[in-house]
Design a protein around this ligand. Sequence first.
Ligand code: ATP
Ligand SMILES: O=P(O)(O)O[C@@H]1O[C@H]([C@H](O)CO)[C@@H](O)[C@H](O)[C@@H]1O
Length: 160
Amino acid sequence: MWSKDKIVSRAALPAVVAQWKAEGQRVVFTNGCFDLLHLGHVDYLEKARHLGDRLVVGLNTDASVSCLKPGRPLQDEMSRARILASLLFVDAVVLFDEQTPLQLIETVLPDILVKGDDYAISGIVGHEVVLQHGGQVLTVPLVAGYSTTRIVERIRQLGD
Ligand SMILES: Nc1ncnc2c1ncn2[C@@H]1O[C@H](COP(=O)(O)OP(=O)(O)OP(=O)(O)O)[C@@H](O)[C@H]1O
Ligand SMILES: O=P(O)(O)O[C@@H]1O[C@H]([C@H](O)CO)[C@@H](O)[C@H](O)[C@@H]1O
């Protein structure tokens, strides 16, 4: 499969997820901005994938990111999507334009919803609906010292 084929539209995603579930595969969902992919992201996504059988990544569009993180993203949504899709342990990437992935999570109803442990379970968008449908909500420990913000700060220092 070509990486670009892993980038799935909102309309096509339900059938893809339904097929995986029909095959008895546990679907893991996570989401994020993933601007300037770094070691923390890779470690986290790989661990998230191994909590189940298929990993779906909800990716904030450029418009969504710019609302959440002024001045961002540094990389456009298609770049961010393609880079995520190129990872062996990512099975699908789907863009969402809202400020939160709640509607997307209600569509996917993953078996497992995951975020980094910079989030408390109660602060993870979608945790209620996933738990109500018998799914799990889990966090993955952060890799200390890695963040996109930190990368940006270090680049800024180069200019000083
Ligand atoms: N160092 C890290 N180790 C593990 N997971 C991480 C790390 N940094 C971010 N994540 C996780 O990656 C997902 C996407 O986070 P995000 O795109 O905000 O990355 P970020 O580096 O924190 O960006 P920013 O610095 O702009 O907030 C989130 O679920 C977050 O918990
Ligand atoms: O990359 P981030 O900032 O970790 O991703 C955000 O996550 C939010 C999270 O799901 C809240 O529980 C989400 O609401 C937001 O849209 C970003 O994806």
